[in-house]
Ligand binder design. Structure first.
Ligand SMILES: C[S@@+](CC[C@H](N)C(=O)[O-])C[C@H]1O[C@@H](n2cnc3c(N)ncnc32)[C@H](O)[C@@H]1O
Length: 391
């Protein structure tokens, strides 16, 4: 592909990504993979260049652009070399017309800016994320793994964590295929630390998804006790099973819940759990480093729906906790209505509950919980709170 044809390919992909973000379709990564599957003539350098253009254009535009062309013209305003590639040659975009507008530059959609927690450094939300690893204590100690990964650096305060540079291909290494390490952002590892799961406990991971945090809890429990991974989406839970095998965490039980009738599926666990983790569905504002197009998907109506769902999940999670036990509420969102205010509302609805102080060498206290941000903590952004049921 010529450099100009790569720009046109990026424009075509951005058109598809914009439509998909508007209509709730597949993620950008899926669309990019599909696009190249149908265009075998594109070599690996073409793919990398097109992908970089696409993600640079997504990162640059806070609001969803009208067209892929507008998104790329916006990028060309910052990178004038790109503007010369709009040359009208075969497979290239037409020249940029005088006065033709590019998408506006910005990090956060205007409607969302006032809703983000005040300490959040908005300019840092779109940085590049490193590859963070968690050494799987069920199979190895950090001292065994560190010499196998000389490019990895420790992460202060997280004894089982290692950090590799962005894009490092860990999934091709035996240390990953053998289950000695999991890819897990430091923020998620801090949440697992805040859970303080111990061997022998009964633990419910209520929004387990594909089990990223479940596996961290399994390692903290040293494979002893009861660990139930629940979710309403069968395909997500199905992805946990091979991961648990690889990690040697075979004691994990999975529980598929029926959306809107979750309490029925959880009836046998009432007042049984020492710990319930609610890693709730959320706006994902803390993970824009990895999913920058997520900010083109969010709308005020979708945010309202998520907040309602978070409150509903908290309400059916609370009765599972035994007296004296803990409900750890976490979201990878930095919107106060999903974090600080959600916890305050929970405490107002549920007598006999209180927020524990969280003693971790990271984050900032925020309302009844802790705020982690890319700008302050170098991890994905999260809000989390430890809610304790009175004994
Ligand atoms: C933020 S993701 C969880 C990520 C996962 N804990 C991890 O560490 O990889 C939120 C999950 O909540 C699940 N979910 C949504 N509504 C739910 C409900 N009513 N009950 C249980 N899980 C739900 C979603 O399917 C999704 O997998």
């Amino acid at each position: 592909m010529t450099p100009s044809a790569r720009i046109q390919a990026a424009i075509d992909l951005l058109d598809a990504i914009i439509a998909s973000a508007r209509d709730g379709g597949p993620a950008a990564d899926t669309l990019i993979a599909r696009y190249f599957k149908e265009r075998r003539y594109a070599g690996s350098r073409d793919r990398r260049a097109v992908r970089d253009h696409v993600y640079d254009a997504i990162r640059r535009a806070g609001e969803r652009p009208d067209t892929g062309r507008a998104a790329m013209i916006g990028l060309a305003q910052d990178q004038p070399d790109l503007a010369t590639l709009f040359d009208g040659s075969p497979h290239a975009p037409l020249p940029i017309e005088p006065g033709e507008a590019g998408a506006e530059a910005g990090a956060v959609p205007a409607w969302l800016q006032p809703l983000l927690a005040a300490p959040v450094e908005q300019g840092a939300l779109l940085g590049r994320a490193p590859v963070d690893l968690r050494v799987n204590r069920l199979k190895a100690a950090p001292a065994d793994v560190a010499p196998l990964l000389p490019d990895a650096a420790p992460i202060p305060g997280l004894s089982d964590a290692l950090r590799l540079p962005e894009g490092w291909p860990i999934e091709q290494q035996p240390v990953w295929t053998d289950g000695l390490v999991e890819v897990q952002d430091a923020g998620s590892q801090w949440i697992a630390a805040a859970c303080d799961a111990q061997p022998g406990m009964t633990v419910v991971d209520l929004c387990a998804g594909a089990g990223g945090k479940t596996l961290a809890l399994a390692a903290a429990m040293a494979g002893q006790g009861r660990l139930i991974a629940a979710d309403t989406i069968r395909t997500r839970l199905a992805r946990l099973e091979p991961r648990a095998q690889r990690a040697g965490a075979t004691f994990i039980e999975t529980l598929l819940l029926d959306q809107s009738h979750e309490a029925r599926g959880l009836a046998a666990l009432q007042a049984q759990a020492d710990l319930v983790l609610v890693d709730a569905p959320c706006s994902g504002t803390g993970t824009w480093r990895r999913n920058p197009e997520a900010r083109w998907r969010l709308t005020p109506a979708r945010l309202d729906r998520l907040i309602g769902e978070q409150a509903r999940i908290l309400d059916f999670a609370a009765p599972l906790v035994k007296p004296g036990g803990v409900l750890l509420y976490a979201t990878c969102a930095l919107v106060d209505r999903e974090g600080r205010d959600q916890v305050a509302a929970f405490l107002a609805r549920h007598a006999g509950w209180a927020a524990d102080a969280i003693d971790l060498p990271v984050g900032r206290a925020h309302g009844g919980g802790t705020l982690l941000t890319p700008g302050h903590d170098g991890s994905d952004g999260f809000f989390f709170a430890r809610l304790r049921r009175g004994a």
